[in-house]
Ligand binder design. Structure first.
Ligand code: C2O
Ligand code: CU
Length: 492
């Protein structure tokens, strides 16, 4: 008999189940023989002690599938953008020009910086306009990224291709002997699932899917079916889930272990041996993969554990597919063994909390309210440490992203977090009905006018209002919304 179950074998996406003739249906899985494109390192010039980069958002054309042309957006090119790189302690500036026909913004995801430089919805760059944020890099080495954040339009701008990496280095990260030759043994891996319409253009409509658009092709650095030639014993992959809705569970097809060395905000205390790592939209993981000469290994995505969601198949929970092939040369250059100790992470304890807040995420609301550009929801006192209780009240995926700070996960339903959530994080997946207790400290940049954002990084949800605004102030902590938490002081 004909078995429907074939839909869930190696290259299955549940979205293939739809028989929509307006959607381009990939005929065969890619052959993984195209060299992985490496985003160029951005040029910069040091002027009066400031390292200055330039980014121009522009429209172009890309050929993701042979013979199919797609209109795309990119920074300094057709699709995606160059990798910005800077050292802790440096002053950086970015001259951003918008050559698109509409307003956009550029947000520095994971960066600790003044709110006016953050590039959120309050720093619009009009068509034809420019913006020049400047700040000092003042945080540990990490794999950060940049992308637009115009209110209500973020999903579209990111799907069209506006995104890039921002790598930070520091003295410690440079002295650990980790693979660090950019594009050789230290490789950016920007993973995004896409759907094309039959006319070759990006599908932008999530067609009623609660979490947004799930693609049926997975691009890495803009290539579908890419292969990385590995020339060293160890290769470090800086994986960014740059997708708008899909959560992945990255693993090797042979299920061998690899080392997780860093998460969103930087290096872990020590390498963690694992055979898979789950990443929801916006999250990063740096992994180090050991290769044997003359062998291949496929980076693939296993069906991700989405927690207690109502319909895993509708949210990508049953999808399993290949992402990128790693092919080792017959002779590999030796790599230094991984250090046993990486970063020193000062652990927050519950007793450090100066203030507690509760955030309930439901549908497109945080604590019963949708995003309002004119309303400040929370006031954080500069220098204070906070403990937040965050719960996803829905039976579908959400995640949780906080601007300006990196946080620590104290516990999940009272239990210690898994290893991959023990380092610095700026984005975490929220399994339904679990209470995530997270802690962070607000430092340095007081600004009562310009807010930072807190939001779900499933971009459809963000666009539809699952976002709130906070300022860092000299004032005592307070909140403007109606619910829970012992930190509720005066309103506004
Ligand atoms: Cu990656 Cu508020 O964003
Ligand atoms: Cu959400």
């Amino acid at each position: 008999m004909l078995v429907v179950a074939t839909t869930f074998t190696a290259c299955a996406f549940e979205s293939d189940l739809r028989s929509d003739s307006t959607v381009f249906a990939p005929k065969s899985p890619p052959s993984f023989d195209m060299a992985l494109p490496i985003p160029p390192l951005a040029d910069s010039e040091v002027i009066d002690g400031v390292r200055v980069f330039s980014l121009t958002a522009e429209e172009g054309m890309s050929e993701f599938v042979d013979g199919v042309m797609t209109t795309t957006w990119g920074f300094n090119g057709d699709y995606l953008g160059p990798t910005l790189r800077a050292q802790r302690g440096e002053d950086v500036a970015v001259e951003v020009s918008n050559h698109l026909a509409e307003t956009t913004t550029v947000h520095w995801h994971g960066m600790h910086l003044p709110a006016a430089m953050d590039g959120g919805p309050h720093q619009p760059i009009e068509a034809g306009g420019n913006w020049r944020p400047q700040w000092r890099i003042d945080q540990p080495a990490a794999t950060l990224w940049y992308h637009p954040h115009p209110h209500g339009e973020t999903e579209e701008h990111v799907i069209r291709g506006l995104a890039g990496m921002f790598i930070l280095d520091d003295e410690r990260s440079g002295a650990l002997g980790l693979p660090s030759q950019y594009g050789v043994d230290d490789v950016p891996v920007i993973v995004q699932d896409k759907r094309l319409r039959s006319d070759g253009e990006f599908a932008l409509d999530s067609e009623g899917n609660e979490i947004g658009l799930l693609g049926n092709m997975v691009l890495v650095n803009g290539a579908w079916g890419a292969m990385l030639d590995v020339t060293t014993e160890l290769v470090r992959l800086r994986i960014l889930n740059g997708s708008s809705a899909r959560t992945y569970d990255f693993a090797r097809d042979d299920r061998r272990d690899f080392a997780l060395v860093a998460t969103d905000g930087g290096l872990l205390e020590r390498p963690v041996t694992t055979d898979h790592v789950r990443l929801s939209p916006g999250e990063r993981a740096e992994i180090v993969v050991a290769m044997q000469p003359g062998t291949e290994t496929m980076l693939r995505s296993l069906p991700p554990d989405l927690g207690d969601v109502a319909e895993p198949f509708a949210f990508g929970g049953n999808s399993e597919f290949d992402v990128m092939l790693l092919r080792a040369a017959d002779v590999l250059e030796p790599s230094a063994p991984l250090a046993e100790q990486f970063a020193e992470i000062e652990r927050f304890a519950e007793s450090d909390a100066d203030n507690t807040r509760t955030f309930e995420v439901q549908n497109r609301e945080i604590n019963g309210q949708r995003m309002d550009m004119d309303r400040i929801d929370e006031v954080m006192q500069v220098g204070s440490t906070e403990l937040w209780n965050v719960t996803n009240r829905d039976l579908f995926p959400h995640n949780w992203h906080v601007h300006d700070v990196q946080f620590q996960v104290l516990d999940i339903d009272g239990k210690a977090p898994p290893e991959e959530l023990r380092g610095w994080k700026d984005t975490i997946y929220l399994e339904p009905r679990r209470r995530y207790r997270i802690m962070m400290r607000f430092e340095d940049y007081v600004d009562d006018e310009n807010p930072y954002m807190i939001h779900c990084h499933l971009l459809l949800h963000e666009d539809e209002g699952l976002m709130s605004q906070f300022v860092v102030s000299d004032d005592r902590p307070s909140r403007n919304s109606g619910m829970g938490g012992s930190g509720d002081g005066h309103g506004h």
